[in-house]
Design a protein around this ligand. Structure first.
Ligand code: CU
Length: 368
């Protein structure tokens, strides 16, 4: 029995992976998370105190009045005690009142829209990745939210992509445990949260509302850099793609190279992705600066050439997706399509050769 309890506790503790797992809400790294922590710790201590007090009472009564050999009588029975009844009604009510006052204050504090020098970002929850729009800077990116340190970042959260009318997604929840609390992302509603990081670093995020097949893989990163580095990052992102997609006369542009021809014509990736314009949002992540990121696929994989090739050939084998025929807008749908299609025989379109995948991967990695 004791062995089983100890084993269970060890297994449970093994899940914690130490305080530096990047998703530790007990290790607040910004004002919002600290506000939550300042509420959580005292409330937790109060509950521990109440819990221990009640449990100790139960154990004491059970031991004190247990059946013993030779004693066959019930202990003295008492019925009703006005002071006790009043006491155990009022004391918990007072404790809850104190907790409620501080909780409500915290909720209002966190909901307040920040004033002053605020960076505006819109985050669109999609299946199964996050799009980040910087509307004032005209930059659209995915899965890695770069922010300046010591700056309030107001993140508008939506499941409907304004720039793609009628494109609403299911409910998601935006959660960066070390920076702020969870906030649901609900179609048709405008929610927002405020992020601020005190120190440069990478803070892990995770979708916290079940949203389909790849919910568990729907991660993201908040990368906090110094304000100077941030300005540089924005300037880099605003640049046109490092390698052009098309060139030639305005009215008859041609793919600018063999990889671009694959992307435009052979596999028609451009139906779902932007490769050249860093300011537009599309059905799939904007890839105009993919090469500048450290991860891809909702931060699930490091951005390496080999992984990228695997992804291009058969993304649904790496991350579960519902891939039907979603490549040809207007064509009759074959199955439901959510996510990136496979370019194998199982996919809806042409089968990709390894050479093509390598060529596309090299082109994508050059999109710094
Ligand atoms: Cu989700």
């Amino acid at each position: 029995m004791v062995g089983a309890v100890v084993l269970g506790a060890l297994l449970l503790a093994a899940g914690c992976r130490g305080p530096d797992n990047g998703q530790n809400s007990l290790k607040p790294e910004g004002p919002a998370a600290k506000t939550i922590d300042n509420l959580f710790v005292p409330v937790f201590l109060i509950s521990v105190f109440v819990g221990v007090f009640v449990l100790a009472g139960v154990v004491w009564v059970a031991l004190r009045y247990r059946q013993r050999p030779g004693i066959n009588e019930n202990p003295k029975q008492t019925h009703g005690s006005t002071p006790l009844e009043i006491g155990w009604t009022i004391v918990p009510a007072l404790i809850l009142l104190v907790v409620a006052v501080f909780t409500i204050r915290t909720i209002f504090d966190l909901a307040r829209e920040p004033k002053g020098d605020v960076l505006q970002v819109t985050s669109v929850g999609k299946q199964w990745w996050w799009q980040f729009n910087y509307p004032d800077e005209k930059v659209v990116t995915a899965n890695e939210l770069v922010i300046p340190t010591n700056t309030k970042v107001r993140v508008k959260l939506t499941a409907c992509d304004d720039s793609l009318p009628g494109e609403c997604n299911v409910i998601h929840s935006f959660w960066v445990p070390e920076l702020a609390g969870k906030q649901d992302v609900i179609p048709g509603r405008e929610q927002a949260t405020t992020l601020e990081a005190d120190e440069p670093g990478t803070y892990l995020g995770q979708c916290a509302e079940y949203c389909g097949l790849s919910h568990a893989n729907m991660r993201f990163r908040v990368i906090a850099v110094t304000p100077d580095e941030f300005d540089q990052w924005i300037a880099d992102q605003q640049e046109e793609a490092a390698v052009p997609l098309q060139s030639g006369p305005e009215d008859a542009p041609e793919p600018a190279g063999p990889a671009q021809e694959l992307v435009l014509d052979k596999y028609q990736c451009t139906n779902c992705h932007s490769f050249d314009d860093p300011a537009v949002s599309s059905y799939g992540p904007n890839l105009a600066h993919l090469g500048s990121r450290t991860t891809f696929a909702s931060g699930y994989f490091e951005l390496t050439r080999e992984k990228l090739i695997e992804w291009l050939l058969d993304a649904p084998s790496l991350v579960p997706m519902e891939s039907g025929d979603c490549r040809k807008p207007g064509a009759p749908a074959v199955g439901k399509c959510v996510g990136m299609p496979s370019f194998t025989e199982d996919g809806p379109g042409p089968v990709m050769t390894r050479e093509d995948a390598e060529q596309i991967a090299d082109y994508l990695l050059d999109l710094k």
